[in-house]
Design a protein around this ligand. Sequence first.
Ligand code: SAM
Length: 270
Amino acid sequence: MGLRARKRFGQNFLADPGIVRRIVDAAGLSPTDPVLEIGPGRGAMTGTILERVDRAAAVELDRDLAALLRNHPAADRLELFEQDVLKLDFTEVQHRLGTKDPLVVLGNLPYNISKPITARLRVQRQSVDRAVLMFQREVAERLAAPPGTRTYGPLTILTGTWFQVRTLFHVSPGAFRPRPEVTSTVTGWETRADPPLPDELEGALEACLRGCFARRRQTLWNNLRAALGSDPARALLDTTGLEGSLRPEALPPAAYYKLAAGWPSTDAGR
Ligand code: SAM
């Protein structure tokens, strides 16, 4: 203790044991579950996790906090990765935990890198079974947004293709030290056993969503034309049978899967 919270690491520490318990309960842990905690900080959740499972892993970027965790009473059952979660290879975590089973990921996340963390989970999804993750409320709303709403967009569609994300409960700023400026929301993630899009179309889906949502207030046609040029845009609307006059947020994920399947490959890596 005694270490000052570092804003650049998104440090807002949980100070409410009841909230810690609710988050860990939501993961439904059994003793042999391989757990990865993202950003354990001063260990607010780590101790409770280690009461539930035999062994766990944690990834922490702040060296001072990592040093603190090495002195945790249950440190001999904690595999600590002192590094950036955005560069963490989850198969290495499985290896260090001595398992091939996919991980249960938990975290009160550093909010400054929420979106990149969702992308990292997507990239590492083969190694993820489920997750319980706390985000700032605005990001959680985007993750679980239905089509036709203001918050529905690329983050919703990309994440939802490979994970089923549910909103579990909200947490007020008073549960943290220091208090964040925003309300937080705990979300539950289940990796889809049967995703609705083949893995090889992931790059095309990303490119297609970048193009289609480049200007949210414009029509699908205008966005497609700007991204691809008139003739390819017209051809794509013809083959998919989609209505170009709609706004991008009006289209369900299935429409974007059709667009991704027909997306010109030269643009996939843009
Ligand atoms: N879990 C603790 C709690 O609830 O009190 C701390 C949560 S705090 C919001 C986020 C934690 O993530 C901090 O400990 C911070 O140092 C760590 N962190 C920030 N960026 C990170 C990164 N790129 N990789 C790993 N950990 C990171």
